[in-house]
Write a protein that binds this ligand. Structure first.
Ligand code: UDX
Ligand code: UDX
Length: 450
């Protein structure tokens, strides 16, 4: 199959490289000349484990290429995937579909022969209909079908997610398009990855429903974590106790500073908007969005409490800036709100992230000092805050940290340390949803009747 992937970002580049690895001929189209140059020179424009070797191998074998010329690429394609971004529209939270519709117009003018146009970007219900309308109106002679095929790739393990998916969702009523999509995914089909066929609108909604549910699950455990702190319980054990119930499942029950990333925040908001417009509000998701927004700044208050109530004039060290480990992506990272809130209160911030500092710089206040190791961050710091659970932070030399810090305070927003171990090393330790042993201001229980 000759495949064109429009948008060589986190989703497009990974998907394009994986399709090439299946043996298809893939051309990635992107508007950003710097990105194209980097790819042509063998440099990855994003950090994703395993991507560089996959891209290199398939480029060398002539199955993966890059271009800025959409029309030429599309004219030779059997299948065109749209994988441009669909960020939240400024001001109102609706998905910004201008890049998707722009791509549709350009595709329309270029298609020759029967072509399947696939939306891989996350798009609100009904977007496929609009893409279809745009193509028919722009080029009434075009022979095409529009299919929804949402991605379920987690950054940091995107290649694994692509090659071993829990399921592949294909939304179309067009028989020819359905056959071609099965052909594209045939190598996975042989691996027995289930392919779910459904209509296009259902496929579009399935993606939002999956992401919103996961965001809600995280938010649920985050609220349980807050309650645990108030009543002297341990959220790690609550999570284990819940997760072993197979009806619930243990994944995405890890309490933390709130979800971030390029998907959950924008997709939950967009679903809320779609649902409100359809007169069918999704109140659980509305609550999820607002609880998660407030949580990020609440984490800064937790830091301030752990440092004795004041951070003005103090140096606070931040370990981890990206929204999760194994990516350089800073979109909607909790670190942004936390750092800003601490700077607002007069703290001086030192920070380190193994991959994200380049993307972090323009998003964080200019006063932040970027360091090259966790120990440099710790130097003269009154507290260290673990915001992202990079493996490099899991076994820090606590004695060494303590020696260089102004005061030994560790705030572990990902619960990667054992409280006893850190306290035994002489630290004040604060974490998420695990009390410090005492239950200072827990609500009193009503007395049992005599
Ligand atoms: C994707 C999806 O498209 C989004 O809907 C999903 O929810 C998350 O993943 P992502 O791959 O993360 O987005 O986006 P990004 O990394 O920003 O990549 C988009 C790429 O498309 C960029 O390289 C950009 O230069 C390119 N682009 C954008 C175009 O080539 N043309 C355009 O018109 C717009
Ligand atoms: C998500 C979806 O999982 C994926 O299927 C696709 O639709 C794109 O969006 P991604 O955003 O890359 O993937 O990361 P994910 O692993 O889902 O984590 C999202 C956020 O939730 C991160 O900030 C992470 O730290 C947080 N999280 C995740 C938790 O706080 N607790 C958990 O238990 C899991």
């Amino acid at each position: 199959m000759r495949i064109v992937m429009i948008g060589a970002g986190y989703v497009g580049l990974v998907s394009g490289a994986c399709f090439a690895d299946f043996g298809h001929d893939v051309i990635c189209v992107d508007k950003d000349p710097d990105r194209l140059n980097a790819l042509r020179e063998g440099r990855m424009p994003i950090y994703e484990p395993g991507l560089d070797s996959l891209v290199k191998e398939n480029s060398e074998q002539g199955r993966l290429d890059y271009t800025g010329e959409l029309a030429k690429a599309v004219s030779q394609a059997d299948i065109v995937f749209i994988a441009v971004g669909t960020p939240s529209r400024r001001g109102d939270g609706y998905a910004d579909l201008s890049y998707v519709y722009g791509a549709a117009r350009e595709i329309a003018a270029a298609v020759t022969g029967f072509t399947v146009v696939v939306t891989k970007s996350t798009v609100p219900v009904g977007t496929g209909d609009e893409v279809e309308r745009i193509i028919s109106e722009t080029n009434p002679a075009a022979e095409f079908a529009v299919v929804s095929n949402p991605e379920f790739l987690r950054e940091g393990s995107a290649i694994e997610d692509f090659k071993r998916p829990d399921r592949i969702v294909i939304g179309t009523d067009n028989e020819q398009a359905r056959k071609m999509m099965e052909e594209v995914y045939r190598p996975l089909y042989l691996n027995a990855s289930p392919i779910l066929h459904m209509n296009r609108r259902t496929a579009e909604l399935t993606k939002y429903a999956a992401n919103a549910f996961l965001a809600m699950k995280i938010t649920f455990i985050n609220e349980m974590a807050d309650l645990c702190e108030r009543v002297g319980a341990d959220v790690q054990d609550v999570s284990r106790g819940m997760g072993m119930d197979q009806r619930i499942g243990s994944k995405f029950l890890h309490a933390g500073p709130g979800y971030g990333g390029s998907c959950f925040p924008k997709d939950t908001l967009a679903l809320v908007k779609t649902a409100q417009d359809a007169d069918s509000p999704t109140r659980l998701i509305e609550a999820t969005v607002s609880v998660n927004d407030q949580r990020k700044r609440a984490m800064a208050r937790k830091v301030i409490r752990a440092t004795g109530g004041k951070v003005r004039g103090k140096t606070i060290g931040i370990l981890g800036l990206t929204f999760k480990p194994n990516t350089d992506d800073m979109r909607e990272s909790p670190s942004i709100s936390i750092v800003q809130a601490l700077v607002d209160k007069g703290a001086h911030i030192k920070a380190y992230d193994p991959e994200g500092m380049h993307q972090a710089r323009p998003l964080l206040p200019s006063q932040v000092t970027f360091c090259t190791t966790p120990y440099e961050v710790a130097n003269q710091a009154s507290a260290l805050v673990i915001v992202t659970e990079w493996n490099a932070f899991r076994s820090l030399d606590l004695d060494r940290l303590k020696k260089v810090m102004a005061s030994p305070v560790l705030i572990d927003l990902r619960n990667i340390y054992k409280p006893e171990q850190v306290r035994a090393a002489g630290f004040v330790y604060a974490c998420i949803g695990r009390s410090d042993g005492g239950v200072p201001d827990a609500p009193e229980m009503p007395r049992a009747a005599e």
